[in-house]
Design a binder for this molecule. Structure first.
Ligand SMILES: [Zn+2]
Length: 162
């Protein structure tokens, strides 16, 4: 596992007796893809579970400069979302659906979600390409929204974010 060093403490829910992650875990096989560091995705997830804003912002800053790993985060997020709802909810694809929700997907995340849906089995590659074409600011927005979404789904399932 590859980690980003943060401020002198760690967030780690990977232990065998720790059920905080639930069945939702970053997929280790993704580690092989195009230089992505899946450990960072897991670390970001654990950090969000602990609601540590300090570490989250440090890791998001790292992801903003790392399109491959951001792509893995987005792919994983889209996959979980799809599995949870049995398809993509409108809230992830249409800004007008988001008005009354506590969770607001950012524009870059919605664009990536549309790509995921359109490209199907080639989504991992397509998302990596799109993340590389994004600005660092767009990757940051996409990643921030994505990790809120996966933690929300982990905690509330289909009741999130309505
Ligand atoms: Zn922390």
């Amino acid at each position: 596992m590859t980690y980003v060093l943060t401020e002198g403490h760690v967030h780690d829910h990977s232990g065998p007796d720790d059920d905080r992650r639930g069945s939702v875990v970053p997929r280790a096989d993704e580690e092989l893809k195009a230089g992505a560091r899946v450990g960072v995705v897991a670390q970001l997830f654990d950090t969000e579970l602990d609601e540590c804003e300090l570490c989250r912002e440090i890791i998001l800053g790292f992801l903003a400069e790392d399109p491959a790993t951001t792509g893995v985060l987005i792919h994983w997020t889209c996959w979980i979302t799809s599995e949870t709802y049995g398809g993509f909810p409108a809230i992830l694809l249409d800004p007008e659906e988001q008005d009354d929700c506590s969770f607001q997907a950012t524009e870059p995340l919605m664009e990536l979600a549309q790509t995921y849906r359109r490209t199907s089995v080639h989504a991992a590659e397509a998302l990596a390409v799109q993340c590389a074409a994004f600005t660092a600011g767009q990757r940051l927005e996409a990643a921030r929204s994505a990790v809120q979404l996966v933690v929300g789904l982990r905690d509330f399932g289909v009741d999130f974010p309505y």
